[in-house]
Design a protein around this ligand. Structure first.
Ligand code: NAP
Length: 268
């Protein structure tokens, strides 16, 4: 039997070279809860973009950025714990992301890395049907996502209150964006219009945890939970039962992911 031809010498294989599939990524650690690959890949397929998003679950940011450059990743969705630590590796950071102090999107343009924060676009989509001016808004948590929320609420001229496990983090956040840090027991639920959960309490797999006592929620509240896995958390189910308006983190997630694709593809 004659030896089989290698791909390099087999003209048939050379002729059928596939078109180069582009690579996008989501980086963070852990990444089990991330819906970014599923959502992005569905959109790429729908729009016939010949691009794939893969998850790079890795803790070392230096190595991750090196891999992004080596593989010429076009769009990178950035999640915890890299949203802040990636900033020194970027060639340029958008002013909104700079003010928030967190980057959740990196676009590679001709080898240069540009950082953005599309969470604000997602938060704006979540409140598309609601005016927040002078509304009293209670933010639960004071981490990275809370910073994007506080930035948005400041622009909307809402009255902000923030409660957090570590009160000093809430104090720092409110000092920066304008509002009051307060321990949860001291807040009168009657005086609050909107509650925004920015903690991971209630996120998969810890579905039964509530970020505040169940008795706090009243029917005049609007409750927005940033968690998108599950799309309807225990907090939102409870709020619905009490007659409050609810907003799912899934609205934010989808809108911020679409904005990532818009930045990368350059579409209007
Ligand atoms: P982060 O920076 O780690 O901040 C987490 C916040 O929650 C901190 O204020 C932390 O308090 C508090 N917290 C954490 N564990 C707690 C616990 N066991 N008990 C009480 N408080 C606790 O995280 P992040 O990036 O802001 O993300 C927070 C959540 O938002 C996650 O569920 C994430 O999936 C979600 N998110 C959703 C979207 C979307 O598109 N829908 C976008 C971004 C984020 P300390 O200050 O005391 O540490």
């Amino acid at each position: 039997m004659p030896p089989s031809k290698s791909p390099a010498t087999n003209p048939q294989l050379r002729a059928t070279k596939p078109p180069a599939t582009k690579l996008n990524a989501v980086i963070g650690y852990p990444l089990e809860h991330s819906l970014s690959p599923a959502f992005h890949n569905a959109i790429y397929q729908q729009r016939k973009l010949n691009t794939i998003m893969l998850a790079f679950p890795h803790q070392n940011i230096t190595e991750v950025v090196s891999a992004l450059r080596t593989f010429q990743v076009g769009l990178t969705a950035v999640t915890m714990p890299h949203k802040q630590t990636i900033i020194p590796f970027l060639n340029s950071v958008d002013p909104v992301a700079k003010k928030i102090g967190a980057v959740n999107t990196v676009i590679n343009r001709n080898g240069k890395l540009y950082g953005y924060n599309t969470d604000v676009v997602g938060i704006a989509a979540a409140f598309a049907k609601m005016k927040l001016k002078n509304k009293k808004v209670l933010i639960l948590g004071a981490g990275g996502a809370a910073r994007a929320v506080a930035y948005f609420l400041q622009k909307q001229r809402a009255k902000m209150f923030c409660t957090n496990r570590t009160l000093s983090h809430a104090q720092k956040l409110m000092k920066e964006f304008g509002g009051k840090a307060i321990s949860q027991e001291k807040i009168d639920p009657q005086a609050i219009n909107v509650i925004i959960n920015t903690t991971p309490l209630g996120m998969y797999p810890h579905l039964e945890i509530l970020p505040l006592p169940s008795t706090f929620i009243q029917n005049h509240h609007t409750v927005f939970d940033l968690i998108y896995n599950p799309p309807e958390t225990r907090l939102l189910r409870l709020a619905k039962k009490r007659g409050a308006k609810i907003i799912s983190g899934m609205i934010m997630f989808e809108a911020q992911a679409r904005e990532q694709i818009r930045l990368w593809s350059g579409e209007k």
